[in-house]
Design a protein around this ligand. Sequence first.
Ligand SMILES: [Zn+2]
Length: 324
Amino acid sequence: MKDRDFERFKKRIREEIIRSSDFTITNEKEALAGIDKLIMEIATELIPIAAKKIKIKIDEFDKRLKKVGMIKNTEVNGFVRSSDNWESFEIFFNFGLMLFLPAMIELFTRRTGIMENGHPIEIPDIHIDKTVRMAEKLMKAFWEKKVVTVANTDFTDLTESQYFLTAFFVRYSEAFIMAHEFGHVVVKISSSKVEELEFGRKISESILGKIPELDHKTKNQLMQKWAEEFAADLVSLNLLSNLQGSFRDKVLIYTAVEFVFIIHGMLEKYHKILYNRDIPIGTHPPSKFRLQTLRLVTGRSNSPELYKFGEEYEAMADDILKKI
Ligand SMILES: [Zn+2]
């Protein structure tokens, strides 16, 4: 990554940190404006790649994209909608998740630094018990639909490498969520010609076939929905892998993608701890299946380097949940 980019990411993450630690209902407008600006920046990067994938001009894609905005919701991550058969569309993001995700990423990357030979080269300066307490507080607030700050925690003393990782992961986790919504657009506009949708169908069929408690009718209803979600994930990965960058950047970008599902998986498991019931099976496949699908497609065994970070963070997430 170029120095200039690094500086930009550092500035960005400092803004993120200030935003999340100062957040109260009174400066909600300001927080929203901040996120809006950031997601527009990411959208600008992704639009040409998405347009190319569906073989339409960038101008045309721009024209069809009527709005990118925020919703105040903690249940839906984001969604895309169209009322004219994809002649135009709007994309919305979950405000709660966009504040929650950076806070969790900060928390996780604080316990590690850039890795060498599979080992973090920095010693975590935050104790695991403290990490557990903070993670619990953040997850509880998410499900209780409260935007939360991590009180009494100083996030401003991150090392260079922690800054780098946090900034990078936050940016590309958010980029993945946005590219996923673009993925839905790609699938809708291209209709059945997208190979990712075909793959999504096969995956959905095999997973839904193994869930015994679902009746035939429900399975059929979910089949298409899940296929579209898996396809949107795969298109998203494809869009992100077409961004410029070195192999190491790509490893980190892929880790950011895994982060989305690792953290979302934590939220799902914490939901069970908090309310003593699972999130009902619905239009979105559970995070673990989405993560498995990405790993299946990226060919885990062929490039172990790609998964070092992800596995490290996944183990950390499990540790945290065990201690709650
Ligand atoms: Zn989706």
